[in-house]
Design a protein. Structure first.
Lengths: 293, 256
């Protein structure tokens, strides 16, 4: 029955090429939902369940531990430095690539993608090679009493490197699509470079910028590999939340490990909620700024 | 208010490809001149060079007696209407038109009240009253075009430059806007240069027409001049068909 209808496109109900039967639709949705449930949702729920397994009190006690508090503070500090830095530099890089023609542009584009394509462990090792005790600059840094590896600056550097592409990657395609016409219009109308940037360029990319910053932030707080290499795992000093979770886990302190893990996951979820709220709140403006002529 | 514009021996190369070759053109104050030519003929490059949006390799652009090369974009005070309008998509119509006034340095910036009065005047000039709270995406092509024009006129430009002003519009709207632009020009009297690849448009609107091909101005003259005495074989072939238009000169006469 269904087959014969398909063979007669001029029958009473002309089907669009993209229309599917109800069954196909239901199956596809079910597959996607099942997959997300099994791969994403269940493990996430498990993290929280494990954290609360011995009750809320034990869960909260895990955070009373000074080393855990130090790890949380360090993670927030690193994100607070790395995210603004990458937002500004990423914006500058995206602007340069999208709005100007210059030699080596493709090279720059490839370099921006590099942190995505190389393993974070290698990103960390690079800094050890550069700044470590036996590295190129190690002896010089040592003479001047500057600590980078196995200290906070190293962790910040590694995080910046690994999370650099998020903002730039989010902005480049949008800025390229928008072109330079609006900036040129602003300049012919007598606006200064700064005025043009703050009134025209920035408002046009603010949503992409925000997405980039949120993604960058989530990754900065969660980065494990690169930070693990440069941190030295000194408890209370150079352990970030992900590193601290690993240590607790390896010590069979499962409740504490999952308690910290659920806080980390909670921060990530908060980021997503913030993004959704902003999307909902500014839906109209968002549609207006994304519609093309 | 309006100034004459002189282009003297302008040269522009994109890499090894010459876009303008020794181009000279004089436009009188208040005159409406069309830059007509096929795509790639250099007409938009010439317009952008006059605007100061394109660096040139040699030659001069004069606004009156002043070398425009010595002026910043702000000091040039040109009204530029872009081919796809380049309206600020995140601003309402009102803020788009007010942009140039608000961008002025504090000393010369009008008060918000003065800006409101000026924008209201411009809205009625371009017949868009009541649409000031819309976003560009909520306007039709013809309306966007008129917002772009109002925005350019807001800064009281000395020269008005239009890049394919009707290029992105459908035929009907195009005809209406053409008539309307001609009237507007009569009323405001801006020195105006506009780029088009449409022969009918150029011949109907312009006081004089400059025909470009491969970066060279082949001929400058009034519609009658060009139709009756095409200077080069290219011009003769390029204007073929215009003579059949009512009120124009029959092609046979033009070819003699």
């Amino acid at each position: 029955m269904a087959m014969s209808e398909r063979l007669l496109p001029l029958a009473h109900q002309p089907e669009r090429a993209t229309s599917e039967t109800g069954l196909t639709k239901a199956v596809l949705i079910a597959i996607a939902a099942l997959f997300l449930c099994a791969i994403l949702f269940l493990p996430l729920v498990m993290v929280f369940l494990e954290g609360f397994r011995k009750g809320t009190e034990v869960f909260l006690e895990s955070f009373a531990e000074p080393d855990t508090q130090a790890a949380i503070r360090l993670t927030l500090l690193v994100a607070a430095i790395a995210v603004p830095f990458n937002a500004i530099v990423g914006l500058a890089a995206a602007w340069a690539i999208a709005k100007f023609e210059f030699r080596g542009k493709n090279l720059l584009l490839t370099m921006i993608d590099l942190p995505f394509s190389i393993s974070p462990v290698i990103s960390g090792l690079v800094y050890v090679l550069l700044f470590g005790a036996h590295g190129w600059l190690g002896p010089w840094l040592d003479r001047h009493d500057i600590e980078i590896i196995f200290a906070v600056p190293g962790i910040v550097l590694a995080t910046v490197l690994v999370t650099f592409p998020f903002v730039a990657r989010e902005l480049i395609p949008l800025m390229q699509a928008q072109g330079t016409a609006e900036e040129e219009a602003a300049l012919t109308l007598g606006a200064s470079g700064w005025h043009t940037f703050f009134r025209v360029t920035l408002p046009n990319v603010k949503w992409a910028l925000l997405y980039g910053v949120l993604l960058c932030n989530a990754r900065a707080m969660g980065e494990f590999g690169a930070v693990s290499v440069v941190s030295g795992h000194i408890r209370g000093l150079t352990n970030t939340m992900p590193l601290h979770i690993e240590i607790l886990y390896n010590e069979y302190n499962f409740v504490a490990a999952f308690a910290v893990a659920s806080l980390l996951a909670g921060l990530a979820l908060l980021t997503l909620v913030a993004k959704s709220l902003l999307e909902w709140r500014f839906a109209g403006e968002l549609a207006a700024s994304h519609r093309r002529h | 208010m309006s100034v004459p514009v002189s282009v003297r021996n302008l040269e522009k190369n994109f890499g090894r490809y010459p876009a303008l070759k020794d181009v000279s053109l004089d436009v009188a104050a208040g005159e409406l001149v069309a830059l007509l030519g096929p795509s790639g003929s250099g007409k938009t490059t010439l317009l952008r060079a006059v605007a100061g949006l394109e660096q040139t390799d040699a030659g001069q652009v004069l606004f009156g007696d002043v070398d425009a090369g010595s002026l910043s974009l702000r000091e040039r005070r040109i009204g530029f209407v872009f081919q796809h309008y380049a309206l600020f998509r995140h601003m309402r119509v009102f803020d788009n038109i007010a942009f140039g006034l608000r961008a002025r340095p504090r000393r010369t910036r009008p008060s918000e009240e003065e800006i409101r009065v000026r924008v209201t005047e411009l809205l009625s000039l371009v017949q868009l009253e009541g649409l000031e709270q819309r976003y560009p995406a909520q306007l039709s092509g013809g309306q966007r075009q008129r917002v772009a024009l109002a925005r350019a006129l807001a800064i009281e430009p000395r020269v008005l430059l239009l890049d394919e002003p009707f290029g992105a519009l459908d035929a009907r709207v195009r005809k209406d806007l053409r008539k309307w632009l001609k009237q507007l020009h009569r009323r405001t009297g801006h020195t105006t240069l506009f780029v088009t690849h449409d022969q009918d448009e150029a011949f109907e609107l312009a006081d004089r027409i400059a025909i470009l091909n491969h970066g060279v101005i082949e001929q400058v003259g009034s519609a009658d001049d060009i139709l009756q005495r095409p200077a080069t074989p290219f011009v003769a072939s390029f204007i073929e068909g215009i003579g059949r238009k009512p009120g124009g000169v029959p092609l046979a006469t033009a070819a003699e």
